[in-house]
Design a binder for this molecule. Structure first.
Ligand code: DOR
Ligand code: ZN
Length: 348
């Protein structure tokens, strides 16, 4: 039997939702990860420091007894965010960044930024206060082909943004294309990217395998096989600018299996195990630990976690659904197998 033991990892991009739905999904993440960066796209969005602190407390209150887990918070940037909010966020000690959703780009992004120039003063203050900007990198023009929206965002927004704020640390979230990998590799210091397990393991054929597959729909949408190969090469390279962020994004079954289904895949139930599959396939299992447990912590200037988790190479069958508040969610690989299993956690 093959087993690997790694330092406890961090999930640097996670959707936990709120209330009973959050209670349903949080244990999956807390069993695997010591910390997670919790996305602020609730309804209403988490735009203010006080809201983030209250949300953080609700997460802590929802943890299973005896489980230590640290939620890292980020605020939702809007056209009306004030520079003083950056100071409050920094002073809180619990907020590590701000999330840029171009308005209309994805789930619950309607309150997002309509024009990047509108937040210049906030970005400038973030640069001074050394808070991280997390970016959903897609243009929103409905005329632009959905598969080209990330590449266009690099050209039209991100390149200029990185140049105008040369000390602003930026995470290009859930990158999906070869163009995004090349952008990160060619960029100045202080620019990094997260990679999801779904984009490492699947290409866009998975959206249409034998029929339309709503549970494989997320944004940015799955891309081509050459794009997937570029993401795997980046992850397997050991370059510290690439690190783990699952983008696990639960939606109730009914919101996915409908005429106009929501974007988002739920992968928290097997996240680190799915990354192990991807790294094994890339011949880079020895680099999983740095990707999962070191690069992200180092980029965010957090101490690396104490404790270890052990994964064993034993396939297990994923349930067809899990409870999700009063509804249910269909997890990634529902009714199929994941090749690695979480065998133990030593919290350190
Ligand atoms: O597929 C996605 N789902 N992409 C996002 O950017 C948001 C997320 C969600 O919140 O459901
Ligand atoms: Zn996300």
């Amino acid at each position: 039997m093959t087993a690997i033991t790694i330092r406890r990892p961090d999930d640097l991009h996670l959707h936990l939702r709120d209330g009973e739905a959050m209670r349903s999904v949080l244990p999956f993440t807390a069993a695997r990860f010591a910390r997670a960066l919790v996305m602020p796209n609730l309804r209403p969005p988490v735009t203010a420091t006080q809201q983030a602190l209250a949300y953080r407390q609700r997460i802590l209150d929802a943890l299973p007894a005896g489980v230590a887990f640290e939620p890292l918070m980020t605020l939702y940037l809007t056209d009306r965010t004030e520079p003083a909010e950056v100071d409050r966020a920094r002073a809180s000690g619990c907020i590590v960044g701000f999330k840029l959703y171009p308005a209309g780009a994805t789930t619950h992004s309607d309150a997002g930024v309509t024009d990047i120039r509108k937040v210049d003063a906030v970005l400038s203050r973030m640069e001074e206060q050394d808070l991280v900007l997390e970016v959903h990198g897609e243009v929103t023009d409905p005329q632009v082909d959905v598969f080209d929206r990330e590449a266009r965002f690099i050209e039209e927004v991100l390149t200029g943004l990185a140049a105008r704020f040369p000390r602003l640390r930026i995470v290009f979230e859930h990158i999906t294309t070869r163009a995004a990998v090349q952008f990160v590799l060619g960029s100045r210091p202080g620019i990094a990217a997260t990679l999801t397990p779904q984009h490492l393991l699947m290409n866009r054929n998975a959206l249409f395998a034998g029929g339309i597959r709503p549970h494989h729909y997320c944004l940015p949408v799955l891309k081509s096989e050459p794009d997937r190969e570029a993401l795997n090469a980046a992850a397997a390279s050991g370059d510290p600018r690439f690190f783990l962020g699952t983008d696990s994004a639960p939606h109730a079954r009914g919101a996915k299996e409908t005429a106009c289904g929501c974007a988002g895949m739920f992968c928290a139930h097997g996240a680190i195990e799915l990354y192990a599959e991807a790294f094994e396939a890339a011949g880079a299992l020895a680099r999983l630990e740095a990707f999962a447990s070191e690069h992200g912590a180092d980029f965010y200037r957090l101490p690396r976690n104490e404790g270890r988790i052990t994964l064993i190479k034993t396939p297990w069958e994923v349930p067809r659904s899990y409870p999700f508040g009063t509804e249910e969610i269909v997890p990634l690989r529902a009714g199929e197998h994941i090749g690695w299993r979480l065998a133990g956690t030593e919290r350190g």
